[in-house]
Design a protein around this ligand. Structure first.
Ligand code: CA
Length: 316
């Protein structure tokens, strides 16, 4: 394991960001001030790195923590290794959840994971259900991602073949840049393994909580006292001003089913499926880039706020 990742692991706990206190947010709140005031803290767990490295982990969830806090939620943004297996990332996340429980005095948290983060939060809930009130995944490949399969098949000796390099030429480095940005290629390959179809199947066999038994149905809504939810999008080109839409357009070509550019509609299903076809692409789901999303669909921040209200009403 490279020095960078050892350092990342050691500093992971210190990297928990308490965004702001609910009391300071409420000073600005004029109405619906308790709309998102969940019983347990909300923990946002990021996906693969890349654009979060550019903007910082807090900004990975563009404007979302602020919107949630404005309605009374207490929100934490966690940070794990950008590229690694779900198990490695999940173990880092458990340490941070333990810290959040200690800081807040609340016995549990509501975990929300985007992309690979949705697998990480499942791992935490499976291993430590005592720490988790709910698990929500947003655009997570629970049955694997076709793009990960393609990339894994074209990895040779820790680097990508000409096939992959050709496919992603001139693409702002979006997807390939995410992978090559890792200082340790083996970590990136471990990450791809977790997101591949066989990797996801192996993970599901060991940690089946909330995973639909059918190809495209709902999963169990509650397992071991933990509630399970998911949502995702099937938009690709959603905002003409967002340069990342072109990348989503390219990566979407690897999929046979409707998808958000990186994750198939049915693969995103976990627990109670809230919706699987928002006109959001994979980056829109976390309100990127910089809030450039479709103006003809529910804003991602509204989707998160509604979900926090759903958790609140469920006594979570
Ligand atoms: Ca966008």
């Amino acid at each position: 394991m490279g020095h960078r990742w050892r350092t990342a692991a050691l500093t992971a706990v210190a990297a928990i960001w308490l965004v702001t206190s609910a009391s300071s947010a409420s000073a600005w709140c004029l109405f619906n001030c308790n709309y998102t005031k969940t019983k347990y803290p909300i923990v946002l767990a990021h996906g693969m790195a890349g654009f979060d490295e550019l903007f910082g982990v807090y900004e990975y969830w563009f404007d979302i923590p602020d919107e949630l806090e404005d309605g009374g939620a207490r929100v934490f943004v966690t940070e794990v290794s950008q590229f690694n297996s779900t198990e490695a990332r999940g173990e880092q996340l458990i340490e941070q959840v333990e810290q959040i429980v200690a800081i807040t005095g609340k016995p549990k948290v509501n975990l929300i994971g985007h992309s690979h983060g949705g697998l990480d939060v499942r791992y935490v809930a499976a291993v430590r259900p005592d720490l988790v009130a709910s698990v929500t995944s947003v655009g997570s490949p629970h049955k694997g991602a076709d793009l990960a399969d393609f990339l894994l098949e074209n990895v040779e000796g820790g680097s990508f073949t000409q096939t992959v390099l050709g496919a992603f030429a001139n693409l702002l480095g979006t997807v390939l840049g995410l992978i090559s940005g890792s200082s340790n290629p083996q970590d990136a390959i471990a990450a791809l393994g977790s997101l591949s179809t066989p990797g996801a199947a192996a993970f599901n066999a060991q940690y089946p909580q909330g995973v639909p038994a059918s190809a495209c149905g709902n999963g169990a809504s509650s397992v071991n006292g933990v509630r399970y939810y998911s949502w995702s999008g099937t938009g690709i080109l959603t905002n003409a001003f967002d340069v990342s839409d072109a990348a989503m357009g390219l990566t979407s070509l690897f999929y046979d089913e409707a998808n958000d550019g990186l994750v198939g509609r049915c693969s995103s299903h976990l627990g109670s499926v809230i919706r699987d076809n928002y006109f959001h692409n994979h980056l829109d789901e976390v309100n990127q880039i910089l809030g450039l999303v479709s103006i003809f669909e529910s804003n991602p921040t509204s989707v998160f706020r509604s979900h926090a209200n759903r958790l609140k009403n469920a006594g979570l």
